[in-house]
Design a protein around this ligand. Structure first.
Ligand code: 5CA
Ligand code: ZN
Length: 400
């Protein structure tokens, strides 16, 4: 199984020792799942399937960031209870993933569930001098302190994204970081524990005081707990390369004194709508659940997404859906027959395409070519459509 490693900027061969271990960053459930999210999870679903096909068991872990600033802000803005919002959207996400035929992670852990892990890891980092306290500006509660991670304690820091110091600083500020917070030792130091603020949910933090987890330590703690160091693939969208995956890796490395956090880092490109990255903060969204409610077959949504290579950035349009519907209809027609041309080359071609950097468009083209042949000239191999259908089901997740 080969996949493009964003850190090495090259195609690499994954080499799981027995069970393959994968962590993919999950949703922040303050709104419904959009096509961009779905596209990222479909990419890693293909990796999951390719590993299974190669004979590996797969230990797949995914988190849910069910407590975070944007979620609390949304709940405040709409007068919703933050927990009800998170639960509702997490359930909707699961329904969407099931409908799209995504194989479930073995462990699906929420940020709230990870609190004890985060508290333990953060206390240990403070004790070891790898994390430090920063006073909060909260006049009502003088003396309360947030906890920050000291990035200079990790000799491997910067190895995931391999950005210049200027690029790191700029990207950190754009993606939720706080380079200018007074009291920090280094502008890039990320938050580990946010001490309780008025009106915000908080959890018991032992010596840290009540508070809630920072973002990167959430994923680092969950990955370490379930997968351990050196797991095979850390995945997510390419908006997470820096700072998120850099910081989670760094946390893992400093907590364990071991490296690397993950053998490989793989990232999906951003799906756009009207030329801009589809994002909850911008509101330019196509929701999977809305499309389903409007009667669109989830298999059509799946095929519409798989028509694009996962590393490209592409625009979601209605034409994508129309093309996928046409493709699905043709496939159904061909697969409902009793005979067809030799199916073995299609199986080989789909396997080859998926195991070479998850090249779904090439896999779809191989099936299209076989389907064209069935629909134009038939074919004489009895049971061929059955084998092709099972290939499509196992490797591409499209069921008939
Ligand atoms: N909870 C964090 C990860 S720990 C988070 O980024 N949540 S999210 O809801 O914003 O995104 C969920 C996943 O979808 C992430 O892997 C993210 O990289 C990916 N993603 C977000 N927007 C897009 C998009 N427009 N296209 C493709 N993938 C996207
Ligand atoms: Zn994450």
């Amino acid at each position: 199984m080969r996949v493009f490693d964003s850190s090495e900027r090259a195609l690499v061969t994954t080499q799981p020792e027995g069970e393959a271990r994968m962590y993919v960053c999950g949703i922040t459930p303050y709104d419904a799942t959009h096509i961009g999210h779905a596209s990222t999870y479909l990419a890693f679903d293909l990796l999951h399937r390719a590993w299974l096909d190669a004979g590996h068991e797969v230990f797949y872990v995914q988190n849910v960031t069910d407590v975070d600033d944007p979620l609390l802000e949304r709940a405040n803005a709409t007068g919703d209870d933050w927990r009800a919002l998170a639960d509702r959207e997490t359930e909707r996400f699961k329904d969407d993933m099931i409908a799209l035929g995504v194989l479930a992670p073995r462990v699906f852990m929420t940020a709230v569930e990870s609190v004890p892990l985060v508290v333990e890891a953060t206390q240990n980092l403070v004790k070891a001098g790898k994390a430090y306290l920063v006073a909060t500006p909260d006049a009502q509660h003088p003396g309360r302190q947030d906890v920050y991670f000291d990035v200079t304690t990790d000799p491997h820091f910067g190895q995931v994204a391999k950005l210049s110091p200027e690029q790191m600083r700029e990207t950190f500020a754009e993606r939720g970081g706080d380079p200018d917070r007074p009291g920090k030792h280094h502008p890039l130091d990320p938050l580990l524990w946010r001490v309780a603020r008025e009106g915000e949910p908080s959890w018991e933090g032992e010596t840290l005081g009540a508070g809630r987890p920072g973002w990167h330590i959430e994923c680092a703690s969950i990955a370490l707990r379930h997968l351990g160091m050196g797991f095979d693939v850390q995945g997510g969208g390419d908006d997470l390369i820096f700072p998120h995956h850099e910081m989670s890796a760094s946390h893992g490395q400093v907590i364990t004194g071991d490296a690397p956090f993950a053998q490989h880092y793989a990232h999906a490109g951003m799906v756009r709508l009207d030329g801009e990255k589809m994002s909850k903060s911008k509101g330019n969204l196509a929701f999977v659940s809305k499309l389903r409610e409007s009667g669109i077959d989830p298999q059509v949504i799946r095929l519409a997404i798989l028509a694009h290579h996962y590393r490209t950035s592409w625009d979601w349009t209605d034409e994508n859906l129309a093309a996928a519907q046409t493709r699905l209809d043709r496939w159904k027609d061909a697969l409902s027959r009793h005979e067809g041309p030799d199916p073995e080359p299609v199986l080989a071609a789909v396997r080859e395409a998926v195991s070479t950097d998850l090249d779904a468009p090439r896999a779809l083209a191989a099936v299209d070519a076989w389907v064209d042949e069935v629909l134009t000239s038939g074919g004489s191999v009895a049971g061929a459509p059955g084998l092709v259908a099972r290939t499509i089901d196992a490797l591409l997740g499209v069921r008939f």
